[in-house]
Design a protein around this ligand. Structure first.
Ligand SMILES: Cc1cc2nc3c(=O)[nH]c(=O)nc-3n(C[C@H](O)[C@H](O)[C@H](O)COP(=O)(O)O)c2cc1C
Length: 345
């Protein structure tokens, strides 16, 4: 357990506007991460090494993308016991995202809705932050998640992904191609057959050049949505295999509202995360596992609010598990509880 119990901090943070609470927390973490004050929130990392996609992860629990979009707090978050941390989504150019308010808590449902829209400081600032981080030197695995600018037409999306890939490749343990945010217009259309095949073909061709130039093979993961039916998941699985993609992250937030429609904020536009996305994400993971076979790396994410939920993700077919909303609701203790529950499994 961390020195400062989250049960004390949470009521204060939940009294603030969600985005304000987020900015305040990340700002504080950025300031203390390289000072002795980090002891207040630090936790011993559970040691349970596992090799997935050729990488040795210190344990199976990771931080999902989107919490640290600019990679400012990699070491502060890394001190909380995660085996791996994914930062981003980064886009080639800085962009402000959607107008505020754009993040909402549905406390009764242990959920969030966000329509941030890839607000971030752009590729150059991101890479500079990532280069300053010590997490990788301390044995952590760092994933860098890439996307496209809102102003780039969807027909030119590939250009943005390739620009980002060029920039992040030398600094990443793995790179995630995010094609599943509901908050960038038409982004999720990249999950459909021909568009996906064209994007992944271009990414893999560029990766081959980069691997040669940098003398290092960096695995490419693709992150998909939960709002896909069985036939869509089957086609995606086949396209991942055809393009020799190294792994899949399932899932992003959902646009569905069926389980929360009676709650305040439920009608806000955006992606719903937390407990309500758990079942849908498990369904996609199980379908992917049955389509892709036992050896294909799957990272499960969506609605992990407890150690038991992390075990259920494993049971559905995930090799590794990420959390975001559970971390907001339960705090850092969830990281070590979940990592311990998955140790040796
Ligand atoms: C506020 C917020 C911002 C997010 N931003 C991103 C992002 O930039 N890129 C991304 O791939 N996923 C993003 N996600 C999705 C999460 O990484 C995760 O896939 C999703 O929330 C489901 O996991 P959870 O239920 O544990 O939160 C975001 C989620 C939230 C709640």
């Amino acid at each position: 357990m961390a020195l400062i119990p989250y049960a004390l901090t949470r009521p204060f943070l939940f009294g603030l506007d969600p985005e304000q609470a987020h900015d305040l927390t990340l700002g504080a973490l950025a300031r203390i991460q390289h000072t002795p004050l980090i002891c207040g929130v630090a936790q011993t990392r559970v040691i349970d090494p596992v090799t997935v996609a050729g990488l040795t992860f210190p344990n199976r629990i990771g931080l999902a993308a989107g919490l640290d979009k600019n990679g400012r707090c990699i070491d502060g978050l890394g001190a909380m016991g995660f085996g791996f941390i994914e930062v981003g989504t980064v886009t080639p150019k800085a962009q402000p995202g959607n107008p505020k308010p754009r993040m909402f808590r549905l406390v009764e449902a242990q959920a969030l809705i966000n329509r941030l829209g890839f607000n971030n400081g752009g590729l150059d600032a991101f890479v500079a932050n990532v280069q300053r981080a010590r997490f990788r030197r301390n044995g952590g695995i760092l994933g860098l998640n890439i996307g496209k600018n809102a102003a780039t037409p969807i027909e030119r999306a590939v250009d943005d992904y390739l620009l980002c890939l060029d920039g992040v490749y030398p600094h990443a343990d793995y790179v995630t191609v995010n094609i599943s945010s509901p908050n960038t217009q038409n982004l999720r259309s990249l999950q459909s057959d021909e568009a996906l095949d064209a994007l992944l073909g271009a990414v893999q061709a560029r990766k081959a050049d980069l691997a040669e130039r940098h003398g290092r093979n960096v695995p490419i993961f693709v992150k998909i949505a939960p709002d896909l039916d069985e036939s869509q998941v089957t086609v995606i699985a086949a396209t991942l295999q055809k393009n020799a993609i190294d792994g899949v992250i399932a899932t992003n937030t959902t646009v569905a509202r069926d389980t929360v429609k009676h709650l305040p904020h439920a009608q806000e536009v955006g992606g719903l995360s937390g407990a309500p996305v758990f079942e849908a994400s498990n369904r996609v993971i199980a379908q992917l596992r049955s389509s892709l076979g036992a050896a294909f790396p799957i990272i499960g994410v969506g609605g992990v609010m407890s150690a038991a939920d992390a075990l259920a993700k494993r049971a559905a077919g995930a090799d590794l598990v990420q959390i975001y909303t559970g971390f907001i609701y339960q705090g850092p203790d969830l990281v070590s509880q979940a990592a311990r529950a998955l140790a040796g499994r």
